[in-house]
Design a protein. Sequence first.
Length: 202
Amino acid sequence: MAVLIVNMRRSMNRCFIRLLSGILVALCSAAAPCLASGGGDVTIGADKLPELKSAVVVRILQFAQWRGESAGNGTEPLRMGVLGGDKITAALAAHAGADINGRRLEVTTVTSIDDAAHCQVLYISDEDGDHATLVDALDLRTLPGVLSISDAPRFNDDGGIIQLSLENGKLVFTINTNCLEARHLFLSSRLMSVAHVYDDGS
């Protein structure tokens, strides 16, 4: 009986990982009709990319845990602040009200570090190519308990926790585990198994 239970658990874990991987692949495959070639370059249609990123972000939140004050009582709304980018803001706002492990997702725009400090999740958009200004405006190191996510290049280098990027036409995410631990946050090992881990070269 014990062997049977262990085998069942292993099978469930494998199915869980395949399910998450399948969701990410499916989301990226949905953008395939929007791929256009020009001079050897392949790009994803701008109208589909915000929807793709927002779906992946909300799925990631299902595997995140907050500690201390940010955890609340486990039933309080989960507040996501969005800085920059009208299109990604609208795409994320479409998920407002989603159930994140018993917590209702709230999506709001932020304009200051004080706004961001009252959120559990912070998405910084590179939609307008103004990433450097946005990161300078919000010192990520002063935001304990806030899960920071961005599609900006070098976001992990700047102290951001999760960086979204395109690789071979697929949307992938890279996690800065050092910053994750420093902010008193936890991501499921199941999520980590399908993510890239940031290497700071140390």
